[in-house]
Design a protein around this ligand. Structure first.
Ligand SMILES: Cc1cc2nc3c(=O)[nH]c(=O)nc-3n(C[C@H](O)[C@H](O)[C@H](O)COP(=O)(O)OP(=O)(O)OC[C@H]3O[C@@H](n4cnc5c(N)ncnc54)[C@H](O)[C@@H]3O)c2cc1C
Length: 403
């Protein structure tokens, strides 16, 4: 059986590794000269336990994230081995309720505890492998004194300590890239832009373009994991988006600041930001009002300039620091010029028509993600980095079910 996996991000890589582990060789198509350089390398690396999605009262998003979050490390361990433990993990996140939050502290608290119950149900007494952290520990509100030590009380109404963590995505993608190169069952077809997929009898023709010009090859099954290129290729095979969507380009600051004493924080709920400290050395700083640079509802996102091309790095860096400093004073005290820093960014795809400051926005619900399959063609909306390993296993099940 010939299988093409389109897109060499974490999602495509996980599908390729899972199929290879089940004895199926794959061709992995990637437009760039290396795999794993796009959204999968340029994100915060939070391995979600559902806590952020407090504005989905059905808990469907939380349930989805808990499943993904708890299977993330075990799946990667299966494909990569124990080297996964070398990826820097963040300190656990504090959930910081902003005074302008869409939800009040007791509502956030109820949501965190509901997520925790979901995690316990999912674990069901089994061994836990969640990047060295323990999701069986319940979220707990921190005292007023500690809140005042760590946060600005004028901006913050409550803080909850959680066991949720993030991984350094830049370190993770390096490991996965090495693993792909070393697997004889995975043929990486780099610098190959996929143009479309067409049904041809019982097979699927993948049309592409590379240094040798246009090309076309027949496969028995195709897995589309193209993220920002996914909808356009879906359309060529007759698959239309089922609901309105948004592309958002978000910039953030990466900083090497050894020993920086900054609390790992997710500020909820609305257009706020995050502070992530990976292994007490590397920092990720995001502040939504400054970092969210553009929105598009086109089939493909436009080619937005990177921070270095657009020449807005310094301005965005300072705005992000300023926005966060009003909530997390330790961020304001970081002498950014003394450290190596860069402004990076990536494209986020999500179903929804309005931005996250709208309490009714579809962006608060992320459960309508995963794999759509039609006669050997499987299109994966990864939704979140957290979900990629789980969705890879689902996609592999479907490929084998059709075979
Ligand atoms: C700023 C930011 C912060 C985020 N934070 C988190 C977080 O904390 N936790 C979390 O779980 N998720 C987070 N996400 C979401 C997460 O990054 C994505 O859901 C995930 O990385 C998507 O993985 P992917 O493999 O589908 O996409 P990608 O990694 O983008 O891979 C898609 C690949 O397809 C290739 N491609 C595209 N079109 C074509 C084509 N036509 N032909 C050939 N190749 C093509 C691209 O070059 C790319 O390599 C964040 C995203 C951003 C941008």
């Amino acid at each position: 059986m010939r299988v093409a996996v389109l897109g060499g991000g974490l999602q495509g890589a996980c599908v390729a590794m899972e199929l290879a582990a089940r004895g199926i060789a794959v061709d992995l198509f990637e437009a760039r000269d290396r795999c794993l350089t796009r959204a999968s390398a340029q994100n915060e690396g939070k391995i979600h336990l559902g806590y952020v999605y407090a504005n989905d009262p059905t808990l469907s998003t939380a349930r989805t994230m808990v499943r993904g979050g708890l299977s993330f490390a075990p799946s990667l361990r299966r494909w990569l081995g124990d080297v996964i433990d070398s990826v820097p993990v963040s300190r656990p996140f504090n959930y910081v309720v902003h005074r302008a939050s869409l939800l009040r502290p007791h509502e956030v608290e109820a949501h965190l505890l509901a997520c925790h119950e979901l995690a316990l149900e999912e674990i069901d007494g089994a061994t836990v492998d969640y990047l060295g952290a323990d999701p069986r520990v319940a979220p707990a509100r921190i005292g007023t004194r500690e809140l005042r030590d760590l946060y600005h009380p004028d901006a913050v109404s409550a803080v909850f300590r959680t066991s949720e963590v993030g991984i350094d995505p830049e370190a993770l993608v390096r490991l996965v890239r090495d693993r792909l190169v070393g697997d004889p069952a995975i043929r990486c077809r780099l610098r190959t832009q996929v143009r479309g997929v067409e049904r041809n009898g019982s097979g699927l023709d993948v049309e592409f373009e590379n240094g040798a010009g246009p090309g076309c090859e027949r496969y028995d099954q195709v897995v589309n994991a193209l993220w920002d290129g996914r909808l356009a290729v879906d359309r060529t095979v007759g698959l239309e988006p089922p609901r309105p969507w948004m592309w958002r380009v978000k910039h953030y600051v990466r900083l090497r600041a050894p020993g920086a004493d900054v609390p790992c924080s997710t500020i909820v709920l609305g257009a706020f930001g995050d502070v992530v400290v990976y292994r007490d050395r590397d920092l990720y700083l995001s502040w939504y009002p400054a970092g969210m640079r553009a929105i598009s509802t086109d089939l493909e996102p436009p080619r937005w300039p990177s921070a270095s091309e657009g020449g807005f790095s310094g301005e965005v860096r300072d705005q992000i620091q300023e926005g966060l400093a009003a909530i997390v004073p330790a961020v304001g005290r970081l002498p950014l010029d003394a450290f190596a820093w860069s402004v990076k960014g990536g494209v986020i795809f999500a179903w929804g028509e309005t931005d996250i400051d709208d309490p009714h926005s579809g962006l608060h619900e992320r459960h309508a993600i995963g794999t759509r399959s039609i006669q050997g063609y499987h299109s994966i909306d990864t939704g979140k980095l957290t979900m990629a390993p789980l969705f890879a296993r689902v996609a592999a099940d479907r490929v084998l079910a059709v075979a």
